[in-house]
Every structure is written in structure tokens, then in C-alpha cells.
Ligand binder design. Sequence first.
Ligand SMILES: Nc1ncnc2c1ncn2[C@@H]1O[C@H](COP(=O)(O)OP(=O)(O)OP(=O)(O)O)[C@@H](O)[C@H]1O
Length: 234
Amino acid sequence: MIEIKDLHKSYKMGSNSLHVLKGLNFSIDEGELVAIMGSSGSGKSTLLNILGMLDEADSGSYTLDGVPIKDLNETKAAKYRNKFLGFVFQSFNLINYKSAMENVALPLYYQKVPRKEREEKALKYLAQVGLKEWATHLPNELSGGQKQRVAIARAMAAEPKVLLADEPTGALDSKTSYEVMDLIQNINDKGNTILVVTHEEDIAHMCKRIVHLKDGVIVEDKKVEQVRAAQYVK
Ligand SMILES: Nc1ncnc2c1ncn2[C@@H]1O[C@H](COP(=O)(O)OP(=O)(O)OP(=O)(O)O)[C@@H](O)[C@H]1O
């Protein structure tokens, strides 16, 4: 599903350059649930932004579902991104003046899905994250965990093959974090490929594989022998 080879990324800072990703290699198969771990500044978000086609590497290759990303022009890249990738962020990124249902329906609006169909779909995805009865509520009437579940429903409504989650539990207490990870494990069980950036060990151990970044290089890439079921950690 995802293959990167010798990926490099630097940021220019005046006359200096900060080499953030230093030749990363890995491949991720369809249906994997992978944690990307590392301390602050190790390059996790930079990597996720490149995988999410929100940023480009300086060199190396990135192939998504068999297509080399470099070969796509801007329009094709945007279409490809919308089709294949869903995003979840630490700060939820919901639109405050839109209801939970309208937030979930938003990607469908951009896909030009007719109104009735997108409302039905939005309700279906809200129901899947256990929030159907909250459909008409605004984000500020929801708890942090509920907001993140709306954000996950919104990402899933576009039916992406790959879900990229950047610190999805970073703003949540432990109990709520586990509820969100339980949802992520359930979505993965249905076949979606999911990458979760985290710096929390216990969250990483709820994934099936951990890729550990340090100073822009992969220092460890291991299968989790006993994946923790988030459902039972309360
Ligand atoms: N747009 C940018 N311009 C300049 N430097 C940047 C930019 N984005 C990130 N950096 C720097 O690149 C390094 C890696 O940042 P990145 O956000 O990828 O790390 P991270 O592992 O996700 O960190 P955190 O856990 O704190 O979010 C950091 O030193 C950061 O300051």
C-alpha cells in the first residue's frame, strides 16, 4: 500500500538547513496498523505530512497503492489524496459553527455527493462511532473524545483506504484515549490501513507494528507481539 525509499527532507532556515528525514525506507501492507513513535522533533509529523501528500520529500521515492506520487501533477495528486487518504489530527480540526453531522458530511460535499445521500452517509458514520444522537450538536457541546470520534467519522465518510492520524490521543485523558484507540482498532479490523503518530508507549502497543524514529532515522521497526486491546484498558 505504502512504500518509501531513501526519503530525505530538509527545512531551510535562513542560510542554514535542518535535515529532518535522513533516508527513510519502509513499506506498509494493506490492513496494517502502524504506530510511528519518536520524541519531539524526531520528524514524525514531517513524515506523516509527506505520506499524506501535504508536503513533498526533497529526494527518495514514495509509492501509494502502486502509483509513484512524483508522477502526479497537482490536480491528479489532489484527487488521489481525496480518494485514498483520510486525516485525523490531535486538535480535531472540526468546524465550530457546523453540527457534528455537517462536519462529517463535509468531505462528501467536496466529492459532490447529493445532499440527501451525504446526510444519510454522515449519520451512518456518526452511528458507527456511537454518536448518532449527537448529530445536531455543535463541536463545543461535545467532549474531547466525542470531538475526536466526529473527526474520525469525518475521515471515514470519504471511505479512504489509508487513515493517517497525527497524535489522535494527544489532547485526551487516558480513558478517552483508549476509547479512541478502540475505535481505531475496530476500523483497522474492517481492513483499513492506519498509521498513528504517537509518543506514548501504551498507545503504540495498541498497534500491530511500531516504527521508531530518532533524529530523522528509523532506529527500530518491529511487530508488536501482543497487541493491547484498547477495549479492555479502562
Ligand atoms: N515548516 C518547517 N520549517 C522549519 N522547520 C520545521 C518545519 N516543520 C518542522 N520543522 C522542524 O523539523 C523538526 C522535526 O519536526 P516534526 O514536527 O516533524 O517533529 P515531530 O517528531 O512530529 O515532533 P512533535 O512530536 O513535537 O510534533 C523539528 O526540529 C521542527 O522544528
